[in-house]
Design a protein around this ligand. Structure first.
Ligand code: SF4
Ligand code: SF4
Length: 152
Protein backbone atom coordinates (compact mmCIF):
# COMPACT_ATOMS: atom_id res chain seq x y z
CA UNK A 1 0.00 0.00 0.00
CA UNK A 2 1.47 3.44 -0.95
CA UNK A 3 2.52 5.63 1.94
CA UNK A 4 0.47 8.70 2.65
CA UNK A 5 2.31 12.01 2.20
CA UNK A 6 2.95 13.67 5.56
CA UNK A 7 2.82 17.21 4.14
CA UNK A 8 -0.65 18.70 4.11
CA UNK A 9 -1.15 20.97 1.11
CA UNK A 10 -4.05 23.35 1.55
CA UNK A 11 -5.50 23.18 -1.97
CA UNK A 12 -8.45 25.44 -1.11
CA UNK A 13 -6.11 27.99 0.45
CA UNK A 14 -3.94 28.02 -2.68
CA UNK A 15 -6.97 28.38 -4.94
CA UNK A 16 -8.30 31.32 -2.96
CA UNK A 17 -4.87 33.06 -3.08
CA UNK A 18 -4.88 32.66 -6.89
CA UNK A 19 -8.42 34.04 -7.03
CA UNK A 20 -7.43 37.07 -4.92
CA UNK A 21 -4.44 37.77 -7.14
CA UNK A 22 -6.56 37.50 -10.30
CA UNK A 23 -9.11 39.87 -8.79
CA UNK A 24 -6.41 42.39 -7.86
CA UNK A 25 -4.99 42.22 -11.40
CA UNK A 26 -8.42 42.71 -12.93
CA UNK A 27 -9.06 45.69 -10.66
CA UNK A 28 -5.73 47.28 -11.64
CA UNK A 29 -6.58 46.88 -15.32
CA UNK A 30 -10.04 48.37 -14.83
CA UNK A 31 -8.65 51.37 -12.96
CA UNK A 32 -5.82 51.88 -15.45
CA UNK A 33 -8.42 51.97 -18.24
CA UNK A 34 -10.30 54.70 -16.36
CA UNK A 35 -7.10 56.76 -16.09
CA UNK A 36 -6.58 56.32 -12.32
CA UNK A 37 -2.90 56.05 -11.41
CA UNK A 38 -2.85 56.14 -7.64
CA UNK A 39 -5.28 54.15 -5.55
CA UNK A 40 -5.64 52.22 -2.34
CA UNK A 41 -5.17 48.50 -2.87
CA UNK A 42 -7.27 47.50 0.11
CA UNK A 43 -10.41 48.99 1.47
CA UNK A 44 -14.09 48.68 2.10
CA UNK A 45 -17.05 50.90 1.34
CA UNK A 46 -20.66 50.65 2.40
CA UNK A 47 -23.77 52.81 2.17
CA UNK A 48 -26.46 52.77 4.81
CA UNK A 49 -29.65 52.39 2.78
CA UNK A 50 -31.80 53.38 5.77
CA UNK A 51 -30.36 56.91 6.01
CA UNK A 52 -29.47 57.54 2.35
CA UNK A 53 -31.64 60.14 0.57
CA UNK A 54 -31.20 58.26 -2.69
CA UNK A 55 -33.24 59.60 -5.57
CA UNK A 56 -33.55 63.07 -4.02
CA UNK A 57 -29.80 63.43 -3.67
CA UNK A 58 -27.37 61.30 -5.76
CA UNK A 59 -24.53 63.71 -4.90
CA UNK A 60 -22.09 60.89 -4.26
CA UNK A 61 -22.70 59.46 -7.74
CA UNK A 62 -21.82 62.81 -9.29
CA UNK A 63 -18.72 63.18 -7.11
CA UNK A 64 -17.19 59.74 -7.66
CA UNK A 65 -14.16 60.09 -9.97
CA UNK A 66 -14.17 56.46 -11.10
CA UNK A 67 -17.89 55.82 -11.62
CA UNK A 68 -17.83 53.26 -8.84
CA UNK A 69 -21.24 54.52 -7.75
CA UNK A 70 -24.32 54.28 -9.92
CA UNK A 71 -28.07 54.49 -9.64
CA UNK A 72 -29.58 51.07 -9.47
CA UNK A 73 -33.34 50.68 -9.18
CA UNK A 74 -34.23 52.60 -6.05
CA UNK A 75 -30.80 52.90 -4.45
CA UNK A 76 -27.14 53.79 -4.91
CA UNK A 77 -25.15 50.80 -6.16
CA UNK A 78 -21.42 50.24 -5.70
CA UNK A 79 -18.93 48.60 -8.07
CA UNK A 80 -16.28 47.79 -5.46
CA UNK A 81 -13.63 46.97 -8.07
CA UNK A 82 -13.77 50.55 -9.30
CA UNK A 83 -13.64 52.20 -5.88
CA UNK A 84 -10.26 53.73 -5.01
CA UNK A 85 -11.40 54.67 -1.47
CA UNK A 86 -10.65 58.37 -2.10
CA UNK A 87 -13.43 59.67 0.14
CA UNK A 88 -14.94 62.15 -2.34
CA UNK A 89 -18.37 60.58 -1.84
CA UNK A 90 -18.17 60.87 1.96
CA UNK A 91 -17.04 64.47 1.62
CA UNK A 92 -20.17 65.48 -0.29
CA UNK A 93 -22.71 63.27 1.48
CA UNK A 94 -25.14 65.35 3.53
CA UNK A 95 -25.88 62.52 5.97
CA UNK A 96 -23.24 61.70 8.58
CA UNK A 97 -22.31 58.00 8.79
CA UNK A 98 -24.28 57.15 5.65
CA UNK A 99 -21.22 56.22 3.57
CA UNK A 100 -18.47 54.44 5.43
CA UNK A 101 -14.99 53.98 3.97
CA UNK A 102 -12.11 51.99 5.37
CA UNK A 103 -8.74 51.86 3.64
CA UNK A 104 -5.27 50.56 4.28
CA UNK A 105 -2.07 52.35 3.35
CA UNK A 106 1.00 50.56 1.99
CA UNK A 107 2.72 50.97 5.37
CA UNK A 108 -0.18 49.05 6.97
CA UNK A 109 -1.85 52.08 8.56
CA UNK A 110 -5.62 51.90 8.42
CA UNK A 111 -7.93 54.88 7.98
CA UNK A 112 -11.65 55.01 8.54
CA UNK A 113 -14.12 57.81 7.87
CA UNK A 114 -17.86 58.33 7.51
CA UNK A 115 -18.32 62.10 7.92
CA UNK A 116 -17.20 65.04 5.74
CA UNK A 117 -15.31 66.62 8.65
CA UNK A 118 -13.30 63.41 9.11
CA UNK A 119 -12.25 63.47 5.45
CA UNK A 120 -11.22 67.14 5.74
CA UNK A 121 -9.23 66.42 8.91
CA UNK A 122 -7.51 63.45 7.31
CA UNK A 123 -6.69 65.40 4.15
CA UNK A 124 -5.29 68.22 6.29
CA UNK A 125 -3.04 65.75 8.06
CA UNK A 126 -1.84 64.29 4.74
CA UNK A 127 -1.17 67.76 3.31
CA UNK A 128 0.67 68.85 6.45
CA UNK A 129 2.90 65.79 6.15
CA UNK A 130 3.62 66.61 2.51
CA UNK A 131 4.39 70.24 3.37
CA UNK A 132 6.70 69.14 6.15
CA UNK A 133 8.47 66.77 3.74
CA UNK A 134 8.88 69.58 1.18
CA UNK A 135 10.31 71.94 3.81
CA UNK A 136 12.67 69.19 4.89
CA UNK A 137 13.81 68.76 1.30
CA UNK A 138 14.53 72.48 0.95
CA UNK A 139 16.01 72.93 4.43
CA UNK A 140 17.85 69.74 5.28
CA UNK A 141 19.19 68.92 8.73
CA UNK A 142 22.80 70.00 9.51
CA UNK A 143 24.01 66.43 8.97
CA UNK A 144 22.19 66.08 5.65
CA UNK A 145 23.46 69.53 4.58
CA UNK A 146 27.09 68.64 5.39
CA UNK A 147 26.70 65.29 3.65
CA UNK A 148 25.23 66.96 0.56
CA UNK A 149 28.01 69.55 0.20
CA UNK A 150 31.02 67.78 1.71
CA UNK A 151 32.80 67.37 -1.64
CA UNK A 152 32.39 70.97 -2.78
S1 SF4 B 1 -14.47 56.39 -2.17
FE1 SF4 B 1 -13.99 57.54 -4.05
S2 SF4 B 1 -13.86 56.01 -5.65
FE2 SF4 B 1 -14.92 55.04 -3.92
S3 SF4 B 1 -17.08 55.32 -4.31
FE3 SF4 B 1 -16.43 57.04 -3.04
S4 SF4 B 1 -15.88 58.65 -4.49
FE4 SF4 B 1 -15.98 56.73 -5.64
S1 SF4 C 1 -24.65 61.55 -1.10
FE1 SF4 C 1 -25.26 60.34 0.70
S2 SF4 C 1 -27.43 60.74 0.96
FE2 SF4 C 1 -26.89 61.38 -1.09
S3 SF4 C 1 -27.36 59.63 -2.38
FE3 SF4 C 1 -25.20 59.49 -1.83
S4 SF4 C 1 -25.16 58.22 0.02
FE4 SF4 C 1 -27.26 58.89 -0.27
Amino acid sequence: MPEKSSSNVDIFGLLSVDKDEAKKKQRKELLAASGVKEFFEEGKISIDKRTCWGLECKLCIKACPTNALYWKTGEVGIVEDLCVYCGACVLCCMVDDCIEVERKREDGNAEHFSKPKEVVKLQDKINAKKRFQRVNDVFPTCEAYCERYKHE
